[in-house]
Design a protein around this ligand. Structure first.
Ligand SMILES: [Cu+2]
Length: 176
């Protein structure tokens, strides 16, 4: 009985020790990213992927894949815990995934994936009907009135006619 209690106490002590030591030996982790997971980015504004880790990293390997294959990526630059990768977007609107891998400060590899939605340029989606804009950042020119001539044109024309009539009347009075 005493032996069992001693074992139990030892296990508890070891458990507490493991919890206390864990933060110091943990791998680096991805704190934030651009694009953030499960967000949508548009072709007009998406120029680079940014990965922010909890500690400085080295040897980043990053890939972006969609239904039409992989994107051409620039050379990653590292500024301490932040990795920036220039991207050249391609492919249709849809689901894409960033797959990343880095080496953490303790030499261990850390990897993960970031799913996101890419919104392609409007001009490149000729084969598909325009989808309802989920991002809301696609500007559509306001349609002209059904007559094809804006209302202000009629107002301006009316004003011109009024001036012409008034001028005619004045000139007639001057002659009379
Ligand atoms: Cu580690």
């Amino acid at each position: 009985m005493i032996f069992q209690r001693t074992i139990a106490a030892l296990v508890l002590a070891l458990g507490a020790l493991a919890v206390a030591v864990a933060p110091a030996s943990a791998h680096t982790e991805l704190k934030s990213s651009d694009p953030a997971p499960n967000t949508s980015v548009s072709a007009e504004t998406f120029q680079a992927i940014t990965l922010t880790f909890s500690e400085p990293v080295t040897q980043p390997e990053v890939m972006v894949a969609g239904q039409d294959g992989v994107w051409t990526l620039g050379t990653p630059s590292i500024a301490g815990a932040v990795v920036t990768i220039p991207v050249t977007t391609s492919g249709p609107t849809g689901a894409y995934t960033v797959t990343w891998k880095v080496t953490s400060a303790d030499g261990d590899p850390v990897k993960g994936t970031i799913p996101f939605t890419f919104v392609a340029p409007v001009a490149s989606t000729t084969s598909e009907p325009p989808a309802t804009s989920a991002s809301g950042n696609v500007s559509v020119p306001a349609p002209a009135p059904s007559g094809g001539i804006p209302g202000w044109v009629w107002i301006a024309l009316g004003g011109l006619v009024a001036v012409a009539v008034a001028g005619f009347v004045v000139s007639r009075r001057g002659r009379a």
